[in-house]
Design a protein around this ligand. Structure first.
Ligand code: GTP
Length: 319
C-alpha cells in the first residue's frame, strides 16, 4: 500500500493568463481538471490517501475536492503560505501522512499512463530511497537527462545539453521511502530536482529509475495542454460536450474540441481543436481554432480567434 502527495502549488506562469484565476492543475483536459485525471490514475494503482500540496490559489482546491469521498479516496490539504518549492512542499505535506508507507509524489501537471503499481513494486523490492519514473523522448536536448546503470540505479542528474548522454528524462512521478523525506528541512524552499536528487546520488543513496515510455505529457504550456485534451477526446470521437452544455445545431465542433459544462455555442460558430471551459458564451458565426477559452468567457459574434488563450479580459497568442 502507498499514499501520495500531489504537487499543485506552482504559479503556472507559462500558462498565463489562463492561470490568473485557475491554478494549472485545475485547468481541464477532456472536460476534467488535470488533478482529477491524476487522482483516478493514483487510485487505480491502489493509493487510498492523497495530500494536495497547495500554495498559489490554494482556496480553489478544497471546495472542489472536499474529503475526496466523491472519488472514493481520502484527500487532505497542506497549504504553503509562501511556495516552498517541490522539495519543501513534499516535506510539508508528508507531515499529514503515516510515515511508514511508501510515499508517491506526482507533479500536478503531468498526464501519464505508466504502470505506477509496478513502479511502487520495484521501489519496494529494491528497498530504494527514491524511485523515479523516467520516460524516453526522441529529442532529449530540451530536457535535463537522467542516466542509469545496468542495475537501474541513477548515476547523475544532468542539465540540458546539446548532446545528451541518454534519452531518459525525469517524468515527474517519484516513489519515496519516508525516511528520505524526513531529511528535507522543514519550512525551507527546496527543489527536489535541483537539490535533493543530485545530493542523494552524490551521497551514494539508492536512487533507482523506473523506465517506461507509456503515454506521457507535461501539460505546462498551452500547446501541450491542448494536445492532451485533443488526444483524449479523439479516442472516443470528434468532440466532447460536457453535461449542461448547449451546441446550436447550426454550429460545427470538431478536431477533438471539448465544450465545458453550461457553455453555449451559438449558431454558425466553428470550433476546431480547442478547449472551451465551462460557463462560456460563444457568439454566433464566430470561429475558434486551436485555442483555449477560459471559464466564463464571452466571445463576440463573428469573432475570429486562432492559436490563442482567451479570458474575459485578455487574449494572448500561443507562442
Ligand atoms: P511554470 O511557472 O509555468 O514553470 O509552472 P509551475 O510553477 O507549476 O512550475 P513547475 O512546472 O516547475 O512545477 C512542477 C509541479 O510542481 C507543478 O505541478 C507545480 O504545481 C508544482 N510546484 C512547483 N512549485 C511548487 C511549490 O512551491 N509548492 C507546491 N506545493 N507545488 C509546487
Amino acid at each position: 500500500m502507498a499514499v501520495a502527495i500531489l504537487l499543485v502549488g506552482g504559479f503556472g506562469t507559462r500558462l498565463m493568463p489562463l492561470t490568473k484565476n485557475t491554478p494549472k492543475p485545475m485547468l481541464t483536459v477532456a472536460g476534467v481538471p488535470v488533478t482529477e485525471h491524476q487522482i483516478a490514475m493514483a487510485k487505480s494503482a491502489g493509493i487510498t490517501e492523497i495530500v494536495l500540496a497547495t500554495s498559489y490559489l490554494s482556496e480553489v482546491f478544497i471546495p472542489h475536492f472536499g474529503d475526496g469521498s466523491k472519488w472514493g479516496i481520502k484527500i487532505k490539504y497542506a497549504v504553503e503560505n509562501e511556495p516552498l518549492g517541490t522539495g519543501g512542499a513534499i516535506r510539508n505535506a508528508a507531515q499529514l501522512l503515516d510515515s511508514k508507507e511508501s510515499i508517491v509524489v506526482l507533479n500536478g501537471d503531468v498526464l501519464s499512463s505508466h504502470n505506477l503499481k509496478e513502479q511502487i513494486k520495484q521501489h519496494e523490492a529494491h528497498d530504494a530511497d527514491v524511485t523515479l519514473h523516467l520516460t524516453q523522448v526522441e529529442d532529449a536536448r530540451a530536457f535535463g537527462c537522467v542516466p542509469t546503470d545496468e542495475e537501474g540505479r541513477v548515476t547523475a542528474f544532468l542539465e540540458k545539453m546539446e548532446n545528451p548522454v541518454t534519452n531518459q528524462i525525469n517524468a515527474g512521478c517519484y516513489v519515496f521511502n519516508p525516511r528520505v523525506i524526513s531529511t528535507i528541512p522543514l519550512d525551507t524552499v527546496v527543489s527536489v530536482e535541483r537539490e535533493t536528487f543530485p545530493q542523494l546520488v552524490a551521497s551514494g543513496a539508492k536512487v533507482f529509475g523506473y523506465v517506461e515510455s507509456a503515454y506521457w505529457l507535461d501539460i505546462g504550456t498551452p500547446r501541450a495542454l491542448l494536445k492532451a485534451s485533443i488526444d483524449i477526446v479523439k479516442r472516443n470521437g470528434e468532440f466532447l460536450a460536457m453535461p449542461g452544455s448547449f451546441i446550436d445545431p447550426a454550429a460545427t465542433v470538431a478536431g477533438g474540441s471539448c465544450i465545458g459544462a453550461n457553455t453555449v455555442i451559438g449558431a454558425g460558430a466553428v470550433i476546431e481543436g480547442s478547449i472551451i471551459e465551462s460557463g462560456c458564451v460563444i457568439g454566433s458565426n464566430s470561429t475558434i481554432i486551436n485555442s483555449f477559452v477560459a471559464t466564463g468567457a464571452n466571445i463576440a459574434e463573428n469573432a475570429k480567434i486562432a492559436s490563442s488563450c482567451v479570458t474575459n479580459s485578455e487574449i494572448l497568442l500561443i507562442p
